[in-house]
Unconditional design. Structure first.
Lengths: 454, 136
């Protein structure tokens, strides 16, 4: 009876303390089995008239349980508590042993044994109670520790969150700074470029001014010399010198006259270059007025196309227009912007015509279709104009020089090299815009104009 | 007196330009007109020269052709002086402006220039203009 309670509560204690139901399901089953065994033993004891044999079976059973507890690592934490069982078991065993070997003497002393057993039982209970109390304190501490851990965990999480937030802020700042730096670099390049263009433009205009006067004399004197030659011929015809001599003199005069005409012709050529140069410095004539950019672009596209067609009847190109109908009218210098359009389109048509001419006998280009495109788009307070062609394109070395005055890839006499330089001035200076170019040699070129719209 | 009357049939023109070659150019360009006695040219090679010349010959000169960009006194200043010193019987003043020089053009216009020529001077046009003034 006493062993049953001890074993029953021991098993209950183990299951509760170690929470075997959850953490050690295998052992839980065995413990339940042990409980049923204990119940079985108790039942057998009473059914068999308080059989001494059954009573003795408790000892191997209890010893087995203790053996398991002391040999399995899983039960390490409860060994100390289990120790409290020892005195009770030893006293019980000594009493039963004495009863077995000397039943008569036992009867005489069995009161002492009962008292000892009772004391050992109390001892056990006291120890258990004590352990239980200590356990409660420990649990409380553990709870406290757990709470602190959780607090720390929460603090750690919030700190980590703060760190992550700060890191992200810094990353964003770095990206923004990098972008600002890139923008600054780009602006610096643009400034250097426009400064270079401006000084070149001034130099150009200065040279033009200086050349203009002497050139005027060349032209005027050569023109007047042609007139003089005519007069001279008339005067010679009035004299009476032999016809052969007259003819000889007439020949010389004719040569002289032709030379003068050549001087005039080339002088006029130089003059048109000088005029182009002077347009650089010329304070823009006219004022800004609301202009239909689409109509202006279309007009000059056709003008440039027919200009080229007049020279080369075989030339053909597709004109593609992609106009933004929402542009409305924009304040620009229509004549100047028209000049820019004319330059860009003339170049575009020249590029496609060149590509066709160069590859005339190349079967790979049999299907080449020259195309010049104009796209306008109003977006975010800015007007974007693109003039694109699928012509010869240009290598980087050419691209970097196209806005310089006098740079041309056209044969002598066909281009002054002032068109794009002037266009650049008109867009950047007169309109505060941007003129940009992208090109791939052999593929085509695209000019991009960006104009601020007030 | 007879002689002076005959002078009035000429059109006396003063050409003001700092380039000495202008003289040769005009004389050759207007060879026929000069020989036919239609025009008579005088030349001054600076604004100061022109003023000096006008002090003596003011009444004779009918027309002045002046360049604007000259060292010393500019054509604009010359025009101003002429309009101030010779308000009576004012000569016709034609200014020669450089190509695209709108500033000087407007200034000369304001100061009372009668006509303008742009460089390089188109002599056919100039001849026509002079002929019109001569006949009118």
């Amino acid at each position: 009876m006493d062993f049953f309670f001890v074993v029953f509560f021991l098993i209950q204690f183990i299951r509760k303390r170690l929470n075997t139901h959850v953490s050690l399901p295998e052992w839980d089953k065995k413990l339940l089995l042990a409980r049923y065994t204990a119940i079985g033993l108790l039942s057998a004891f009473y059914i068999l008239n308080e059989s001494a044999f059954v009573h003795w079976l408790w000892y191997p059973f209890v010893l087995y349980i203790l053996y398991i507890i002391y040999n399995e690592k899983d039960f390490e934490s409860i060994r100390a508590t289990v120790q409290s069982l020892f005195p009770f078991i030893i006293v019980g065993f000594l009493g039963d042993f004495f009863k077995l070997v000397a039943p008569t003497q036992y009867r005489e002393y069995h009161d002492y044994f009962d008292v000892a057993k009772a004391f050992s039982f109390l001892w056990m209970l006291a120890l258990w109670y004590n352990f239980q109390k200590q356990q409660k304190v420990l649990d409380k501490e553990r709870e406290e520790q757990k709470r602190k851990d959780e607090e720390n965990e929460a603090k750690k999480t919030s700190l980590e969150y703060l760190v992550a937030e700060r890191t992200q802020e810094l990353t964003i700042q770095t990206i923004e700074l990098q972008r600002a730096l890139d923008e600054l670099k780009a602006t610096q390049n643009q400034l250097v470029q426009s400064e270079k263009m401006a000084s070149l433009g001034e130099l150009t205009a200065g040279i033009a001014h200086e050349i203009q006067n002497p050139l005027n004399f060349v032209n005027n004197f050569s023109e007047v010399s042609v007139e003089l030659c005519q007069e001279l011929e008339e005067e010679i015809n009035k004299t009476e010198i032999p016809a052969a001599d007259k003819e000889y003199i007439a020949g010389i005069i004719s040569d002289l006259s032709q030379n003068q005409q050549k001087i005039t012709h080339h002088g006029k050529r130089a003059d048109s270059i000088v005029k182009g140069m002077l347009q650089h410095s010329r304070a823009s004539s006219g004022t800004k007025e609301p202009t239909d950019i689409n109509a202006l672009a279309d007009e000059y596209m056709r003008l440039a196309y027919h200009g080229l067609r007049a020279k080369d009847k075989e030339f053909n190109a597709t004109l593609t227009t992609d106009f933004d109908p929402t542009i409305g009218k924009i304040e620009v210098l229509p004549q100047d912007l028209g000049r820019v359009f004319l330059n860009l389109f003339t170049n575009a048509f020249y590029a496609v015509a060149e590509k066709k001419r160069v590859n005339k006998n190349n079967p790979a280009f049999a299907n080449y279709k020259p195309e010049v495109k104009i796209i306008t788009k109003l977006f975010g307070g800015k007007l974007y104009i693109r003039v694109a062609d699928n012509g010869t394109g240009m290598p980087e070395s050419v691209k970097s020089k196209i806005f310089q005055p006098f740079f041309t890839t056209k044969p002598t006499g066909q281009g002054t090299g002032l068109g794009l330089s002037m266009s650049y001035d008109i867009i950047t200076k007169s309109h505060d815009g941007i003129l940009d170019v992208s090109s791939t040699a052999g593929e085509g070129t695209e000019f991009k104009i960006t104009l601020p719209v007030s | 007196m007879k002689f002076e009357n005959r002078i009035l049939l000429y059109m006396k023109i003063l050409v003001v330009d700092d380039e000495p070659d202008v003289k040769a150019l005009f004389e050759q360009r207007f060879r026929r007109e000069i020989r036919n006695g239609e025009f008579e040219f005088s030349f001054a090679f600076s604004g100061e020269d022109a003023i000096e010349f006008l002090d003596v010959h003011a009444s004779e000169i009918v027309m002045i052709l002046s360049d604007i960009n000259m060292p010393g006194m500019s054509g604009i200043e010359l025009l101003k002086t002429i309009r101030k010193d010779h308000p009576m019987a004012p000569p016709i003043v034609m200014m020669i402006t450089a190509y695209g020089d709108t500033d000087n053009y407007e200034q000369a216009m304001k100061l009372g220039a009668d006509d303008f020529l742009t460089k390089p001077v188109n002599f056919t046009e100039l001849k026509q203009k002079l002929q019109e003034r001569y006949e009118g």
